[in-house]
Design a protein around this ligand. Structure first.
Ligand SMILES: [Zn+2]
Length: 113
């Protein structure tokens, strides 16, 4: 399950930051997750709950900010919304070659005490 790998990485970043701030508790972690990043959010939340046990982040809240998928359609010569990975243009139904947004996975904010 690759969500577990992601969660482990995020948790490590959070713990490093918490230690650097001399905090003992991680209250919440905010992530930006692109809709085309291939991440199952239910699974992400589940893995987060499991991975946080017995860490500074035990009981922490995981807040996910979803980022819409966008791509450039050369046929329509404009940026269009892309719903699925390797999506097609909703207007002309040609394959979108260039995804411009939606593959993000980034730690936005970590709230510690
Ligand atoms: Zn198009």
């Amino acid at each position: 399950m690759h969500e577990m790998t992601i969660v482990s990485g995020v948790l490590k970043i959070a713990e490093d930051q918490a230690r650097a701030a001399e905090a003992t508790v991680i209250n919440s972690i905010e992530l930006e997750v692109g809709q085309l990043a291939g991440i199952e959010l239910d699974s992400l939340h589940f893995c987060f709950g499991v991975a946080c046990k017995n860490t500074m982040a035990a009981g922490a809240e995981l807040v996910v900010h979803s980022i819409a998928g966008k791509g450039y359609c050369s046929e329509c010569a404009k940026e269009v919304l892309v719903g699925i990975q390797m999506g097609v243009c909703p207007e002309c139904e040609k394959a979108i070659l260039e995804i411009s947004q939606g593959r993000e996975l980034r730690v936005l904010r970590i709230n510690v005490d």
